[in-house]
Design a protein around this ligand. Structure first.
Ligand code: ATP
Length: 255
């Protein structure tokens, strides 16, 4: 179910890197419970837009509000408090390979359970139980005590999703969450990510390269090109042909 409450709101968002305008005045509203894919050719500004949403990048102009917080003005403890409410899933999983799967998942609770923690037994029993539940949910309860680095890419991304869920986030940001995976694994990880977000009523914004995955799994597509929103549509009203237009080079005018 999606509500009316705006979870993400950018207005006139501009960001340049030297002469490159990565975000050229982006207005984006994402409401509670929506699952949104940011699509567009390489360099169109998808990751830069996503990075603004948890304050990893600061805009040159414009406003960014996430979960009611003015991200541009937020500093220090306010920004840390916001980041605790935002789960992030990365393309390269970002697990600590030498630690067990369970320890990696438990680290998702570091923001709400005071640390430092050394080893699994130092975590409160209730948090361990919750971590185990999340691992079970992503289908990896039987791998809890295995080294994370020994898992396949798809399994590692499932662990990263369990870690993000243990954070009890309200918003999930996923930057190319399946770009490093083979097509079959990519589909199963997208299925998992969207399913858990729906089950928990979480809002999810991801960047994707695969148009077919966006059409299958997300509710809404925002298409970027040269830092501007060129398309913003519910997925069930879109077809692949229209979407492919986003990726075509601009027609060359022959004099
Ligand atoms: N830290 C940075 N320093 C310099 N230029 C940057 C930086 N981050 C992004 N850019 C540039 O901004 C533009 C948008 O990059 P961004 O990574 O947001 O695009 P993208 O759509 O996510 O691309 P991809 O699909 O290839 O990941 C690109 O031209 C990129 O080179």
């Amino acid at each position: 179910m999606t509500g009316e409450e705006a979870i993400v709101e950018t207005r006139g968002l501009e960001k340049a890197f030297g002469l490159v305008l990565a975000c050229a005045g982006i207005d984006l509203t994402v409401r509670r419970g929506e699952t949104v894919a940011l699509l567009g050719p390489s360099g169109s500004g998808k990751s830069t837009l996503l990075r603004h949403l948890n304050g990893l990048t600061r805009p040159d102009k414009g406003s960014v509000r996430v979960l009611g917080v003015d991200v541009v003005a937020a500093k220090g403890s306010e920004l840390r408090a916001l980041r605790r409410r935002v789960g992030v899933v990365f393309q390269q999983f970002n697990l600590v390979g030498r630690l067990t799967v369970m320890e990696n998942v438990l680290s998702g609770a570091l923001g709400r359970v005071r640390g430092p923690r050394y080893g699994i037994v130092t975590w409160p029993k209730a948090v361990r139980a919750e971590a185990f539940e999340q691992l079970d949910r992503v289908g990896l309860a039987d791998r809890a005590y295995q080294r994370a680095g020994s898992l396949s890419g798809g399994q590692q991304q499932r662990v990263a999703i369990a870690r993000a869920l243990l954070q009890r986030p309200e918003l999930v940001l996923a930057d190319e969450p399946v770009a490093s995976l083979d097509p079959e694994t990519a589909a199963s990880v997208m299925d998992l990510l969207v399913r858990v977000c729906r089950e928990d009523g979480l809002t999810m914004v991801c960047t994707l390269h695969q148009v077919d995955l966006a059409l299958t799994w997300t509710r809404r597509v925002v298409g970027l090109r040269m830092g501007a929103v060129r398309l913003d549509e519910l997925t069930d009203r879109l077809d692949a042909v229209r979407l492919r237009g986003l990726y075509l080079s601009d027609p060359v005018t022959v004099p």
